[in-house]
Design a protein around this ligand. Sequence first.
Ligand SMILES: N[C@@H](CCC(=O)N[C@@H](CS)C(=O)NCC(=O)O)C(=O)O
Length: 356
Amino acid sequence: MPDSHVPKAALYYYHGSVWASVPLLALEEKGYGSDEVDLKEVDLAKGENFKPSYLRLNPQGTVPTLVVPLQKTLAADIESRYKAIQDSKAIVEFLDKSRSTQSRTHTTSSAPSPALAPATIAFSTLANQIVDLIHSTAADPNALFYTNARSEGELKTLAKGLLPFLHGRRETLVKLLDDSDPGAVQVSDKTKAFWELKRIAADSFIGVFEEAEKSAAELSDESRQKREAYFQSATAGWNGLKDVLNTLHQEIIGPYALGDQLSIADLHLAAWLACIARLSGADASDDGNTAVGKIELHIGGGFSLPKDFSVAEARRRAGLAATNLDSTERQNKLAAFWDVMKERPSWKKVYANGLH
Ligand SMILES: N[C@@H](CCC(=O)N[C@@H](CS)C(=O)NCC(=O)O)C(=O)O
């Protein structure tokens, strides 16, 4: 058993976060023992990520953050020093390298630890392209989360869901700004400007959502313009997803991003797709065709990905038992990806309480 004085790594996450799901999936896939990394929830709905104590770990105020003890200072008699890894890409690369079948330092798990880094330069380039694409502005699931309404009916529903979240964050930001007035807590101008920007962003959505129950005719000119601008950006955001999905469909080898082996790219893709599917009305029990079908329908305008990937081939490559499938049955590659990810214990654990 590891010595309880040995400093542990801590993963700061939020249960509803897209990008924090990537290291959560990685912990399972890499076979980390449940007592090897402390999970610390940062409540984004209460703006806990804006607090100075969290900004010291991650100045962007985002989850995930992985705080790891520096190896030189593992001995119990030396005060531990830590470094904070502040982005899902860097965290997963670190988690991948830090546990291998050879190195079992302080590990309590005997689970296998497959390498998730691509094995060749060509695969590594492809994996990076996929990861960069799903982390690009056009694919940003958090922007789509706030702009998931393109009609007055959808706006009413979304407002009910998001207003408590936005108010919770705003309250914290206002308090932090008030407390940082001269004479109170000392914070840098940069931090104050960051809080101010976040407060303005929250206010702008709150303004639109708080008037969601009003018809367009009941709004002031200014509010009507704001609602129209909101719908325009929502429409542009969801339309922009067509290119992202088409490119992914072309780039992925199938059923995993790099073919038959799970890699880092799949963890990012799984977390991203789960979130986009949820925003499109899918749930965790949906199969790949249903979930991706809901995404296509939600994007609208008859958008659909080509169904050019053999279902039987996808199952064979993923090492899954053949079902009584018609060997000519085809699906799109994202649906095939969904079906094989859904079978994995990592996915079952991270999405046990539903998609997020
Ligand atoms: N590039 C970062 C992005 C992380 C990110 O944007 N996380 C979101 C949650 S999924 C967040 O913490 N947003 C801050 C907020 O809601 O204020 C990563 O991949 O880790």
